[in-house]
Design a protein around this ligand. Structure first.
Ligand code: GAL
Length: 412
């Protein structure tokens, strides 16, 4: 009996095993969709250019309020990014704490989100940030998880102390090995961010070293700085613009050249210089991260930052960066192909006074255009006609920006 009973139990068990085996396996969860961020260049505001190390929680909240109140949010600015100096020390478990300027990052992120905006933060692959605060070295996964728990939407990751503390120590005098170490460090944070499952824009800040535009996207860069820091001075801004010529092949939806944040409204830039700076960032499909004192923004600065026609050039869905087509003396001509066959043409007078090209004559042939072109001057809002060899009078450091929706010819 006992034998029979145990046999039946065994048979029953076998039968249920068979049933189990025949039951179709529960469908596997579909793989997480790829993160779709930065399909157009990110727009928003970053704390560094105006506040630098002085920025506080209160300033970030005020900036969020102002993006809404000034209409900048409606014009497309939707990231509020905290730059360096929010960090305190790590505790025994390695968790990084915020300093007294930022008492509660989660509450701050909630506040920014409650305004319909997104929030960004800053760190770096080294032991220290540029400001000497705690970096993410050895804590990448932990930090990425913390950002995701706070609700962070954007990370600027700045090389800084990784140069002296890692590259020069681990691979002294070996540029190739240093480059591999740097790429691996960025990829480490890339994987840590992806592992959180939260879409987080990943912004590389390593000043354009080792032709980052060639390898950045393969390790998750949505944008990468192409130069050292911008300052609110014409010479610096123009030097940065000049360094972008030739990089247009590397930009596109999800991955952009970053000539640094905007200085519009800062320092002693003239209105013409502010206009040209903003124009050129739009021509370059650059991230538009304002960096000015939003609560005290002058109306003429607001008018520049919220010029919807110029923003539309920057945010054009084709995602093709503009190129410098030719220069004549101190005048440069850039074009940017736009969706639907349109084109933007920017003519910049980079000179301090009238040099050899006065008066400058526009050469439409060099732009691939034939015959009279009708377009819109995006700074005056007026219809303009461009003809070959027409003389153009531009004030020093000023710009003419024209959008031609139906260009005639084969635009470069
Ligand atoms: C620099 C960076 C600046 C700012 C600063 C903060 O390396 O280029 O944009 O982030 O660090 O310390």
């Amino acid at each position: 009996m006992r034998t029979f009973a145990s046999l039946s139990v065994a048979l029953l068990a076998l039968a249920s095993l068979t049933v189990l085996a025949q039951t179709p396996a529960a469908p596997k969860a579909p793989p997480a969709p790829p993160q779709v961020v930065a399909q157009t260049p990110p727009m928003g505001w970053n704390s560094w250019n105006f506040f630098a190390e002085r920025v506080t929680d209160k300033d970030i909240r005020a900036a969020a309020d102002q993006l809404v109140a000034t209409g900048m949010k409606d014009a497309g600015y939707n990231y509020i990014n905290i730059d360096d100096t929010w960090e305190a020390e790590r505790d025994a478990s390695g968790e990084l704490h915020t300093n007294a300027k930022f008492p509660d990052m989660k509450a701050l992120a909630d506040y920014v989100h409650s305004k319909g905006l997104k929030i960004g933060i800053y760190s770096g692959p080294g032991p220290k940030t540029c400001g000497g605060y705690a970096g993410s070295l050895g804590h990448e996964e932990q930090d990425a998880r913390m950002y995701a728990e706070w609700g962070i939407d954007y990370l600027k990751y700045d090389l800084c102390s990784f140069i002296g503390d890692v590259l020069e120590k681990q691979a002294p005098n070996d540029k190739a090995a240093q480059m591999r170490l740097m790429i691996a460090a960025y990829d480490k944070m890339n994987k840590a961010l992806k592992a959180t499952g939260r879409p987080i824009v990943f912004s590389f800040c390593q000043y354009g070293w080792d032709a980052v535009w060639e390898w950045g996207p393969s390790v998750g860069a949505n944008l990468w700085r192409t130069t050292g820091d911008v300052t609110p001075e014409w010479d610096r801004i123009y030097a940065i613009v000049s360094q972008q010529a030739g990089l247009e092949a590397y930009a596109g939806p999800g991955h952009w050249n970053d000539p640094d944040m905007l200085e519009v409204g800062n320092g002693k830039l003239t209105l013409a210089e502010n206009r040209t700076h903003f124009t050129m960032w739009a021509m370059l499909a650059a991230p538009l991260l304002a960096g000015n004192d939003l609560p005290n923004m002058k109306p003429e600065i607001k008018a520049i930052l919220t010029n919807r026609d110029v923003i539309a050039i920057d945010q054009d869905s084709l995602g093709k960066q503009g190129a410098r087509i030719y220069s004549d003396g101190e005048v440069e001509v850039w074009t940017r192909p736009l969706a639907g066959g349109a084109v933007a043409i920017a003519v910049v007078d980079a000179g301090d006074s009238r040099y050899s090209t006065h008066p400058f004559h526009l050469n439409l042939h060099k732009l691939g255009l034939t015959g009279k072109q009708t377009g819109k001057d995006l700074w005056t809002g007026k219809t303009v006609e461009l003809t070959d060899n027409m003389p153009l009078e531009l004030a020093s450091h000023d710009v003419l920006l024209v959008r031609v929706d139906k260009p005639k010819g084969h635009v470069q």
